[in-house]
Design a protein around this ligand. Structure first.
Ligand code: AP5
Ligand code: MG
Ligand code: ZN
Length: 216
């Protein structure tokens, strides 16, 4: 099962990804999570990525592509993986295609999670993330049992620095210009499945899994 989750910021890629990787027992490869981990560790990559992320801009393609290409050589990807937040430019999609072709591992499907923009702003500004395990919550739509505490690991929840209204608007603009064209790109390859991501988390999950189960 080799899946891409495509969709604007706040569509629910991380939320659905967390659940999908448990069901299919594959690694969750989120480029955003990789950068946030690097920032936390204070590495050179983290310092470089933070500059772009805090402005709501994309990290340069050559940086991201190298990281993902390397990640896809790890043994845990042998039975598949879920890519969340990559690719998000045409150049990244083309580089990924070239790598997958060379490895003879075609994609199972690209799931496009579709949500209208007004809803995205509410979702992002109310999001909270666990410092320990990166599980995603929402103060209204998906609250933890105990306020500010992760249900899974007891870690502290925090608000991402790019989840301010201003940065969210910039991220949505970047999505429209640079990432939305991937919908047509994968549509032309006949591996695109669009789901209505505005429904309840469990309903969206049920639709995605019913699509993926048919691809086996
Ligand atoms: P990244 O971390 O990938 O952020 P993003 O794409 O902006 O997406 P989000 O993580 O914000 O949204 P999501 O779809 O995962 O939604 P979530 O499930 O959390 O990237 C961050 C930055 O890193 C980028 O801006 C860029 O700088 C850099 N970067 C990363 N990848 C890159 C790449 N490939 N190239 C270049 N730069 C890159 O849900 C959002 C909220 O909504 C949560 O609170 C959740 O609880 C709630 N929610 C989810 N589903 C529902 C539902 N069905 N109903 C109600 N609420 C819901
Ligand atoms: Mg995410
Ligand atoms: Zn946690």
């Amino acid at each position: 099962m080799r899946i891409i989750l495509l969709g604007p910021p706040g569509a629910g890629k991380g939320t659905q990804g967390e659940r999908l990787v448990i069901k299919y027992n594959i690694p969750h490869i989120s480029t955003g999570d990789i950068f946030r981990a690097a920032i936390k560790e204070g590495t050179e990559l983290g310092l470089r990525a933070k500059e772009y992320m805090d402005q709501g801009k994309l990290v340069p393609d050559e940086v991201v592509v190298g990281i993902v290409q390397d990640r896809l050589t790890h043994p845990d990807t042998k039975n598949g993986y879920l890519l969340d937040g990559f690719p998000r430019t045409l150049a990244q999609a083309e580089a990924l295609d070239a790598s997958l072709q060379a490895m003879d591992t075609p994609l199972t499907g690209v799931v496009n999670v579709d949500v209208v923009e007004d809803e995205l702003i509410d979702r992002l500004t109310g999001r909270r993330v666990c410092r320990g395990c990166a599980t995603t919550y929402h103060v209204k739509f998906n609250p933890p049992t105990v306020r500010s505490v992760c249900d899974k690991c007891g870690g502290e929840l925090y608000q991402r620095t790019d989840d301010t209204v201003e940065t969210v608007k910039q991220r949505l603009e970047v999505y429209r210009q640079q990432t939305a064209p991937l919908i047509a790109y994968y549509g032309a390859k006949d591996i695109l499945y669009t789901v209505d991501g505005s429904r309840e988390i469990e309903e969206v999950f049920a639709e995605i899994t019913s699509i993926l189960d048919r691809q086996h």
